[in-house]
Write a new protein. Structure first.
Length: 303
């Protein structure tokens, strides 16, 4: 196996069809190799060759001002940057941006806004950003800024379909099987998270990265670039369903989240407030529905 044969980004048939929205920003195409081969020694003293995920720093410079440094595998860095800016409420409309150019020689993503199209949040970000700060497993979100739009009735209606099954049991199993097939980086090297976007049981896009936040931000960038709504979508992640992760899904109108991991009390309470469905501990055809079990369609019983 060659590291060049392994990709951290997979697009399903449906995910290859959409075209960018009008006035979408110009994007570079700066994906990079995700794996590095090393020599190691096991417990018996036997030499082995192993792969490691290549974690790279990527500093977002918004109109020349550094906002943050993300640590990423770089599978789709332009989508990651676009999704980060949207999920952090720095932009609402992708048309506010003129271009995103990723330069790995300097580990920088240069974001240029269209000043005539920028809203107040873009202007505030461009003018008020300080020194770049590092991204850990959970960078943190301006909680009040995020909750205000989610507290509206419109957001609740977009996030949940309360009186009809939002996902079928068979679709959940299909998603688990699909994501089990699309975890090439994890199989080769471990140390990564996966995130996938589905409509029913059909894959649109799946990405592996060093954090679950990078995964959902990359999926968000993919959706925003193509003007994609989330009301009929399901988001899969290998990471915890924390309040922050639930907020990001709700912000993109996605009503169903599935995780290989569990949830937190904040994630649970927020999902309940918004009428979302949270499914966790999902692997090997087994799962637990934390909230929204009445919205799982069961034409056939669990197997």
């Amino acid at each position: 196996m060659q590291s060049s044969d392994i990709s951290a980004l997979v697009l399903g048939t449906a995910g290859r069809a959409p075209v960018p929205v009008p006035d979408a920003p110009r994007l570079s195409a700066a994906s990079v190799a995700p794996l590095h081969k090393i020599a190691a020694v096991d417990e018996r003293g036997t030499a082995r060759s192993l792969y490691l995920p290549i974690e790279r720093p990527l500093t977002i410079a918004f109109d020349g001002r550094e906002l943050v440094t993300l640590m990423t595998l770089g599978a789709a860095p332009e989508w990651l940057v676009l999704g980060y800016l949207r999920n952090q409420r720095i932009i609402d409309d992708v048309a506010a941006l003129q271009s995103i150019e990723v330069d790995w020689t300097q580990n920088i993503a240069r974001v240029t806004s269209r000043q005539d199209r920028s809203d107040e949040s873009v202007k505030a970000a461009a003018q008020g950003a300080g020194a770049a700060t590092p991204l850990g497993c959970a960078l943190g979100t301006k909680f009040g800024d995020v909750m205000r739009p989610l507290d509206t009735g419109a957001a609740k209606a977009a996030a949940g379909r309360l009186h009809e099954p939002s996902i079928a049991h068979a679709e959940i199993l299909a998603i688990l099987e699909c994501m089990h097939r699309h975890d090439a980086i994890h199989r080769a090297a471990g140390s990564v998270h996966s995130c996938g976007l589905f409509q029913g049981g059909e894959l649109w896009a799946a990405v592996e990265d060093v954090s679950r936040h990078n995964g959902i931000d990359t999926i968000t960038g993919f959706m925003a670039l193509h003007g994609m709504h989330g009301a009929d979508k399901t988001l899969f992640t290998t990471g915890r369903l924390t309040g922050e992760m639930v907020m990001k899904a709700a912000h993109n109108g996605i009503p169903v989240m599935i995780s290989r991991n569990g949830t937190t009390a904040m994630g649970y309470d927020l999902a309940a407030k918004l009428g979302m469905t949270l499914i966790g501990r999902a692997a090997n055809r087994r799962y637990v529905c934390f909230i929204g079990a009445e919205r799982i369609g069961r034409d056939a019983g669990p197997t």
